[in-house]
Design a binder for this molecule. Structure first.
Ligand SMILES: O=C(O)c1ccc[n+]([C@@H]2O[C@H](COP(=O)([O-])O)[C@@H](O)[C@H]2O)c1
Ligand SMILES: Cc1cc2nc[nH]c2cc1C
Length: 364
């Protein structure tokens, strides 16, 4: 019960964007020495970051990527092309800086935090944050993946992680995950939340063949039928057909939004987490940026549902936070332009930009 109260406190702390800061940022952007609107979506990014942070000089200098790791009982049903041990092996790889996300995060100047929230690994490599709620989920094709209490505990791991990073001055959080089998719960959650047919939503994940895809689709349909998750209760959906790392990511989003820290989502798994977070508290939506569009069909459905446009289109389907790491420098560029470009006033000439409405948008 105490746990649920804490969750409510965090959710209640999530505020609307700061309209005054957005207006001031729009004005500044409109006065930069360029044709009005010519920096396209970079302008929208700068304006939204002003709204999130409540500052006309926001910073995303201090960046972190959280890689939540968990295992999935549903792998027993043959839904993945890879064995379950890969989750643990990749966790070790993150620590030795050998994974794709390490390379890309290093390039972006982002820290990588690897959290074991629910893998089967018992002997954790040094450097992994140990926050195991339980060792892997149960097989959701046969019953609930976890209890509601476990789902709430996982949400709190995410909230705590976001708060810890906010406390130490992290200004933007990229979401990443590792969990063999986790495209299965992600597709199930997306189907339940959006009511799209499972067949339209399910993809090949890390690389199964057509036959296995047909079987995976059936497993997801069965999991939904067996568990009957309530689409109006995101915690119920997470517990019945979700995953520990997915619930952890939902917590990260809630915690980051409560602390006014922007969140960059990655592929289909972090997307399903974003959908759940927005079902818990719709204001979360304002704090989210979509880094890229994954090959997994559920990802497009999630981003459409959340009204998010991806920064990059690279046909990736890796996860780990790789897309988030790639988009961070683009987001940072938006702020660099605002901070460093000259304005028309700097040149001593009045802005040739058209009149603005009360929100600072051009009146044509
Ligand atoms: O980010 C994505 O969109 C994405 C798409 C397909 C696969 N993945 C990654 O691959 C793993 C899940 O794939 P699977 O086929 O085992 O469900 C998991 O570790 C994810 O990080 C990630
Ligand atoms: C090798 C490997 C690396 C991954 N990283 C994220 N998901 C993954 C799945 C596999 C199989």
């Amino acid at each position: 019960m105490i746990y649920v109260e804490k969750l409510l406190q965090v959710v209640n702390r999530i505020e609307r964007l700061n309209i005054v800061s957005m207006h001031q940022m729009r004005r500044r952007v409109n006065n930069l020495t360029k044709p009005l609107g010519s920096l396209g979506r970079l302008e929208e990014i700068a304006v939204r970051l002003a709204g999130i942070t409540g500052s006309v000089e926001p910073s995303v200098d201090n960046k972190a990527i959280i890689v939540m790791c968990g295992d999935h009982g549903v792998v027993q049903e043959g839904v993945s092309a890879y064995p379950q041990e890969v989750t643990g092996l990749m966790m070790a790889n993150f620590i030795r800086q050998g994974a794709a996300v390490n390379v890309l995060a290093h390039q972006a100047g982002a820290e990588v935090h690897v959290v074991d929230i629910g893998t089967l690994l018992t002997d954790l490599p040094e450097g992994v944050v140990q926050r195991k709620v339980r060792p892997g989920t149960a097989n959701m094709a046969k019953g609930p993946a976890m209890t509601k209490e476990e789902a709430v505990a996982a949400l709190h791991v995410g909230i705590d992680t976001a708060y810890e990073l906010a406390d130490k001055g992290i200004e933007v959080i990229g979401l990443g995950e590792m969990g063999i089998g986790n495209t299965t719960p992600s597709s199930a959650m997306t189907a339940v939340f959006t009511n799209h047919p499972v067949e339209q939503i399910t993809g090949k994940g890390s690389g199964i063949n057509d036959e296995a895809l047909a079987a995976k689709t059936k497993v997801i349909e069965q999991a939904i039928q067996v568990n009957r998750p309530n689409p109006g209760d995101a915690v119920d959906v997470l517990a019945k057909v979700g995953g520990l790392e997915i619930a952890g990511l939902v917590g990260v989003i809630l915690g980051a939004a409560a602390r006014r820290v922007p969140v960059v989502i990655d592929g289909v798994i972090t997307g399903a987490a974003a959908l759940a977070a927005c079902r818990i508290e719709p204001r979360c939506q304002d704090y989210l940026f979509a880094s890229h569009l994954s090959v997994e069909p559920a990802h497009r459905i999630v981003l459409d549902e959340l009204g998010l446009k991806p920064v990059l289109y690279l046909d990736m389907r890796l996860g780990e936070g790789t897309g988030a790491a790639l988009a961070l420098p683009v987001i940072e560029s938006a702020l660099q332009l605002v901070a460093k470009m000259a304005t028309f006033e700097d040149l001593g000439i009045p802005s040739p930009a058209p009149e603005e409405d009360e929100f600072g948008f051009a009146v044509q």
